[in-house]
Design a binder for this molecule. Structure first.
Ligand code: DGL
Length: 253
């Protein structure tokens, strides 16, 4: 059962922020990452479109012999994770905005949740927000255009700074914590801090990696020795895209 790879998917490069934590937490495992950059952004599509795209990728992982799947995308998790768990008999791990750790770390604080329009609209987030709205003061901002812009790299360019200004500039100096509720956003943590000032960031990557370890161990599928491996693939199959994925994985962006 420890045979097989762990399939990790996202709408694009964002899931690489989760993959980096997974590799740190589970160094003996084989990972295959698939980013659906040709169809990004998922967070501005209909639920039915996101569901169909996510299901097709997970189905391919399963038929290729995955022993577990990580949906490294808040949007796809909100839309499709529950149905996929009913369908397949293997660990399927998702991500959700890290509102719980943020409210626990900053009780009574002002918390900004940045995520895609789909993630914020769906019931999963609505319930999470309701559960914590007594514990802290939450503002949720649908960040239209941000994931697509991150897909293009060149993260210190002025247009990205302007986009962040237009999305969250009005909160500058007024928030204590920022929940990065889309797996693309950890790649622009520094750029967000340049707009908002001194804030604490929270994302779901490390928690997702720990949950993956727990589920693999419970299934008797954890590999505890040997050398692991990582394969990166994108639905945009060009050398330029492959190089961009490598740079995100290497932490060079
Ligand atoms: N990375 C994805 C997430 O965590 C979505 C980005 C997109 O809109 O495609 O929500």
């Amino acid at each position: 059962m420890a045979e097989g790879f762990i399939g990790v998917m996202d709408s694009g490069v964002g899931g690489i922020s989760v993959l980096r934590e997974l590799v740190r937490e589970l160094p003996h495992e084989d990972f295959r990452f698939f980013g659906d950059s040709a169809n990004a952004p998922y967070g501005e599509k209909t639920d039915a479109q996101v569901r169909a795209l996510t299901e097709a990728i997970v189905e391919r992982f399963v038929s290729d012999g995955a022993k577990a799947v990580v949906i490294a995308c808040n949007t796809a998790t909100s839309v499709a994770a529950a149905g996929l768990r009913d369908r397949y008999d293997l660990p399927i791990v998702g991500v959700e905005p890290a509102l719980k750790p943020a409210c626990e770390a900053l009780p009574g604080g002002r918390i900004l949740v940045m995520a895609t329009p789909v993630t914020l609209r769906l019931e999963k987030f609505q319930q999470l927000e309701q559960a914590y709205d007594q514990a802290c003061d939450i503002a949720a901002v649908p960040c239209v255009g941000l994931a697509s812009r991150i897909e293009r790299g060149n993260l210190d360019a002025p247009d990205l700074h302007e986009l962040l200004e237009s999305l969250v500039g009005e909160y500058a100096g007024t928030v204590d914590g920022v929940v990065l509720g889309c797996t693309h956003y950890p790649f622009v943590r520094r750029q967000i801090a340049a707009v908002l000032g001194d804030v604490r960031f929270f994302d779901g990557a490390a928690g997702t990696a720990r949950q993956t370890r727990r589920l693999l161990a419970a299934a008797g599928a954890l590999r505890e020795k040997g050398e692991g491996s990582v394969q990166l693939a994108s639905s945009i199959d060009t050398p330029e895209e492959a190089a961009l994925y490598q740079r995100f994985f290497a932490g060079e962006l």
